[in-house]
Ligand binder design. Structure first.
Ligand code: SF4
Ligand code: SF4
Length: 466
């Protein structure tokens, strides 16, 4: 099976329950942002910008667990910011699992190995020595770290354990050169790869999470899938970047430039995702085949942003993960008070100009699962996709030259800094101001889906530099 049966059944039951009750709107996945602090300052990150004045604030554990109960989504994606910085991440994960929810920890990967060493210390007995030897031989832990593990852990706090109900969801936007440049730190890609290797040895489930931008080289994304598939990664989330900046539209109008000079339009998204169904056959791409058809431009869907609500320090963010028109104290209040008919694109017409180019998974993937815009055969397609055997690990992946940046001596970050200082306007602010500019419109995108123009500029530079 492509996905664990218990997880598929849990989600299917939740949908059927609400369909039978004729619940008009309900949550499928909660995007929980316990904090917006991050150890990285990725170019174009929406979150660290939109919430720049409250980066030090965080939700209480009770509030986090209460939010999950309140919307009752069967899946919770813990994101942020970097969720592994949240001081009670272990308690939060354990609490959500105790509520019998599927948990995704969306991380940039930098602290994953530390959390897994904590787990090893908590379960350490001499019978773990074979595992420690393997981790040592693959240089995934040091001798000193092995010694600390052997001393055990006595704090009495929970640890993040491998279970079929939990996934590490690791943010990777390309191979080493590209990814490190986007996250503005050399070594992050390598750390992600090592963390994924260690996680697989220890029996965790791991997914990768990738955003595609205007300048993303689709060939590289396919190589990235091959590479991670060859490491037995359990699945991949992929979504188009989001770009609605009204100022850019104004430039189009005033300067007469084409929209595709500035942002990832719907047409461009369809072009980038033209082969997604083929990828879905070769790799374990998460998301329904109906959403894949939508991305490839083969059908229309209506946005169901209410099905993937976002909860953070300010409340329930409406209408979606990307646009902020308000925060509500209660999920139901948000459902009742937001005029959902104001958003999305229907029959090719954007009901809100900010939605015009949006095809992101948090707006449209649930539409595929919920059967909005249903067409005959959709249920069979979804069933077949979920229940068919999982694609075999990629053989070609072992040959991919994934370490094409700092690992092979290309200190490209210094180069990039020099280049942007010489006039690459978009990325300049990210490098020079540490990425914490307040966006002009007060809105921002999600982790990895913010104002895409900075990343696009940067990616254009990478392409030219290669
Ligand atoms: S994109 Fe994610 S990892 Fe990068 S700075 Fe933003 S929150 Fe952190
Ligand atoms: S179409 Fe996109 S931007 Fe608009 S409400 Fe839906 S998810 Fe949000």
């Amino acid at each position: 099976m492509r996905f664990p049966l218990a997880l598929t059944v849990k989600i299917a039951r939740h949908i059927v329950k609400h369909k039978l009750r004729r619940t008009p709107r309900f949550a499928l996945v909660l995007q929980l942002e316990p904090l917006h602090t991050c150890n990285l300052t990725c170019t174009g990150c929406g979150r660290i910008r939109e919430y720049s004045t409250s980066l030090k604030d965080m939700m209480s554990l009770e509030d986090c667990l209460g939010s999950a109960q309140e919307c009752d989504a069967p899946m919770v994606s813990i994101c942020g910011g970097e969720p592994l910085i949240y001081p009670k991440i272990e308690e939060l994960t354990a609490g959500l699992l105790a509520q019998r929810r599927i948990v995704y920890i969306c991380t940039n990967g930098v602290f994953m190995r530390k959390k897994m060493r904590d787990y090893l210390a908590a379960i350490y007995t001499p019978s773990q020595e074979a595992t420690l030897s393997r981790l040592l031989s693959e240089k995934l832990i040091t001798d000193k770290e092995a010694e600390t593990i052997r001393q055990g852990k006595s704090e009495g706090r929970p640890v993040i354990r491998p279970t079929k109900w939990m996934y590490w969801n690791v943010h990777v936007d390309g191979l080493e050169y590209t990814h490190d440049l986007i996250v503005e730190r050399e070594g992050v890609f390598k750390e992600c790869v090592e963390a994924i290797k260690m996680a697989k040895i220890l029996g965790y489930q791991v997914a990768t999470n990738t955003t595609v931008y205007r300048e993303t080289d689709v060939k590289e994304i396919e190589q990235m899938f091959q590479f991670f598939s060859s490491m037995n990664v359990d699945g991949h989330t992929i979504s188009p970047g989001y770009d609605y900046d009204a100022a850019k539209k104004d430039m189009v109008k005033r300067l007469g430039r084409k929209p595709e000079d500035f942002f990832l339009t719907r047409a461009m998204t369809r072009e980038k995702f033209a082969r997604i169904q083929e990828w879905g056959e070769k790799f374990t791409i998460f998301g329904t085949p109906v959403y894949q058809e939508f991305l490839a431009g083969k059908r229309d869907l209506t946005c169901t942003a209410w099905a993937i609500p976002t909860r953070n320090i300010r409340g329930w963010k409406a209408p979606c993960y990307l646009i902020t028109d308000g925060h509500y104290p209660r999920y139901q209040e948000m459902l009742d008070q937001v005029n959902w008919n104001k958003y999305g694109v229907v029959d090719g017409v954007a009901r809100d100009s900010r939605c015009e180019n949006c095809m992101v998974h948090c707006g449209y993937d649930p539409s595929g699962a919920l059967g909005t815009n249903y067409k005959a055969g959709d249920n069979w397609k979804n069933f077949r996709y979920n229940f068919w055997p999982r694609p075999a690990p990629s053989v070609e992946g072992a040959k991919v030259v994934a370490f094409n940046g700092a690992s092979v001596g290309k200190g490209h970050l210094a180069e990039a800094k020099a280049a942007v200082n010489n006039g690459l306007k978009g990325a300049k602010s990210a490098f020079q101001n540490n990425g914490h500019d307040e966006p002009a419109n007060g809105n921002g995108g999600g982790c990895g889906s913010g104002d895409t123009s900075q990343r696009d500029d940067l990616l254009a530079k990478i392409r030219n530099g290669k």
